[in-house]
Ligand binder design. Structure first.
Ligand code: NDP
Length: 290
């Protein structure tokens, strides 16, 4: 089986490296130097013109949003192999992806939405979780390629369901991070030692990935390593709100959280790590969490 990977960003770069250990993999990146660096590091083949996709069985994309996926689609559509798979690991938009799936179906290519979770650490270790939407038989066909970088692959429903589940997952992350930040800002203003507070919260019912890992490792150290951009989490919160609205559910917390992340993206900076959302709370409250 021959594969290709488009989008060698923080996630795609290591994912494509794992893929190439099992399947011959071609790589393409908007900034071409990264593709050449990838080829030197992992032995992948740089895609030198989209005509090279003609004998590729599985094409992966891992791009910021569905908008960039559609931009790539416009360029590669004439060259795709009939009967092939397009596996989109972007945390994308379920509705727009349905349109992508329909256009690909007309070209006899099956689209699967397969966003991932586990962060850059999971991508480097090859232990990502994948939530996949699409026809069951095609997902079975995709199992070997997905398992090259994932330790868990779950079929969550029809096309678009993977993106919907991912958006809700990331909304939970966004809420947990913000609520933990608010709690710690309040405790800091009271003069409570934050390490002591987290020591007990993390063996109590209020714990979360935010209190156990993100805040101690990224916020209290003041490192904020930019592995997952605040702009991308704000985008995911927007998708989650759209998903909830289109379902007819009443989700006021989603709406509030989405606006707070947009405000943080625009004031703190879209390229900052997602944990830098707490800097907005710190500014409002005149404290620094450390
Ligand atoms: P990055 O910003 O690190 O990488 C984005 C990639 O997309 C780069 O290869 C970039 O190319 C490429 N790109 C951007 N715009 C275009 C365009 N117009 N045309 C073609 N290529 C383009 O993002 P991540 O790897 O962090 O995220 C990718 C996806 O995975 C996102 O949807 C994100 O939400 C999701 N995700 C991220 C996680 C993380 O921890 N970082 C965890 C789980 C999911 P170039 O090098 O030229 O800029």
């Amino acid at each position: 089986m021959k594969t290709a990977f488009v989008g060698l960003g923080a996630m795609g770069y290591p994912m494509a490296g794992h893929l190439n250990t099992h399947f011959k993999t071609l790589v393409w990146n908007r900034t071409a130097e990264k593709a050449h660096q990838h080829s030197n590091e992992f032995g992948t083949v740089v895609l030198d013109g989209f005509a090279m996709l003609q004998d590729v069985d599985v094409l992966f994309t891992c791009l910021p949003t569905t908008r960039e996926v559609i931009e790539v689609l416009e360029q590669v559509l004439p060259y795709l192999k009939k009967g092939g798979l397009w596996i989109d690991c972007t945390s994308g938009d379920p509705v727009k992806s349905l349109e992508v799936a329909q256009r690909l179906q007309a070209a006899e290519v099956t689209y699967l939405d397969a966003p991932v979770s586990g962060g850059t650490t999971g991508a480097i270790q090859g232990t990502l979780s994948v939530m996949v939407g699409g026809p069951r038989a095609e997902i079975e066909r995709a199992q070997p390629v997905l398992q090259s970088f994932a330790s868990k692959v779950v079929h969550v429903g029809e096309v678009g369901s993977g993106h919907a589940v991912k958006a809700v997952n990331n909304m939970l992350l966004a809420i947990n991070l913000l609520s933990a930040g608010e709690g710690l800002v309040a405790l800091a203003k009271l003069g409570v030692n934050l390490e002591a507070a987290l020591e007990v919260i993390n063996v109590s019912s209020g714990r979360s990935n935010a209190t156990q890992n993100l805040i101690p490792q990224r916020v209290l150290t003041r490192e904020f390593p930019a592995t997952f951009a605040l702009g991308l989490l704000a985008k995911d919160a927007g998708i989650a709100l759209d998903v909830a609205r289109s379902s007819g559910a009443s989700t006021p917390l989603f709406a509030l959280t989405e606006s707070l992340y947009k405000a943080a993206r625009d004031t703190v900076g879209a390229a900052e790590d997602h944990t830098a959302v707490v800097k907005m709370l710190e500014t409002w409250n005149g404290v620094v969490l450390k």
